[in-house]
Design a protein around this ligand. Structure first.
Ligand code: MBD
Ligand code: FE
Length: 285
């Protein structure tokens, strides 16, 4: 079992996210047949956009050198996965899923880990006995765009804890805390018991935090539950679900909130939350 640095500093969670990404050997293999003229066009146009920005704003040598130093620091902090997923991935996700007629998705982000413990169709996500946070019960179905239930579909669910920290990317939580794989029943139904995560602040002590600070931005994502829904013969759906009223639903640093992804939880007399949210998957092809 691979183990990653466990700390909640930028360098710690960055090293974990970089290690996790590098454990997947397929990124280059997946583009090995890309024609040279496409690579050239993409690289050329990104560089042209950089040159145009430099000319438009009369960028100085001091600013150019600060950029170089910042790029070096982002690599040293292991923050390239974070930087790209926060500021670039949303545009790729929109392009990749524009053809779908099933449920809306959004970005994956840097903190997914495959092969979370299998839980079943009606279960509690792995959590500590005294896990802090508001209990959340989430029920729904997984169906195909034609309406048929997708028995055997899996939901890979992961989210941060009540302190805004992800297991395996910060200290102090068991390895698979708040990460689970749920396999829906023949009727397509599932029921997941977990806790409501807190808003997430991207690390402020690394290169991404330095950019945010220098630009006068903020580092917050609204509270969100990540999920990947998969079923044989269907396109996998990567989504995040959000909670109404969150302070950062309207200004997510990662631009990943969509109205279709907003939950409508019902507050129970004991303060716990019940919510219904279902997925419709597009058949492949
Ligand atoms: C997260 O938790 C996240 O979901 C994204 C997209 C980026 C940074 C941290
Ligand atoms: Fe997240």
């Amino acid at each position: 079992m691979t183990s990653y640095t466990e700390t909640s500093t930028a360098a710690g969670s960055g090293a974990s996210a970089t290690g996790r990404f590098q454990a997947d050997k397929s990124p280059f293999a997946a583009v090995k047949d890309t024609p040279k003229d496409r690579v050239s066009t993409l690289a050329r146009e990104v560089l042209d956009a950089v040159h145009a920005t430099i000319r438009k704003h009369h960028v100085t040598y001091a600013e150019y050198n600060a950029l170089k130093a910042w790029l070096i620091q982002a690599g040293e902090d292991g923050e390239w996965p974070l930087f790209l997923d926060v500021w670039v991935e949303h545009a790729v996700e929109e392009e990749a899923t524009a053809h779908r007629s099933g449920s809306k998705g959004t970005i994956e982000g840097p903190y997914y880990v495959p092969n979370a413990p299998e839980c079943g169709a009606d279960a509690t996500i792995p959590m500590r006995p005294d896990e802090p946070g508001t209990p959340l019960t989430w029920e729904g179905t997984v169906t195909s765009t034609g309406g048929s239930p997708l028995g055997g579909a899996t939901l890979d669910v992961w989210h941060c804890d009540d302190q805004g920290l992800y297991s395996q990317f910060s200290e102090g939580q068991p390895e698979w805390n708040l990460r689970g794989t749920f396999t829906v029943g023949a009727d397509g139904r599932f029921r997941i018991r977990t806790i409501k995560p807190q808003p997430y602040q991207i690390p402020t002590d690394g290169a991404c935090g330095r950019l945010i600070d220098a630009a006068g931005w903020h580092a917050w994502r609204p509270a969100h539950v990540h999920v990947k829904a998969s079923a044989p013969g269907h396109e996998s759906l990567t989504a995040q679900l959000y909670f109404p009223g969150d302070e950062h639903n309207g200004d997510d640093v990662a631009s990943a909130v969509k109205p279709e992804l907003m939950l409508s939880p019902a507050v129970q007399p004991d303060g716990s939350l019940d919510v219904e949210y279902s997925f419709v998957l597009d058949p492949v092809g």
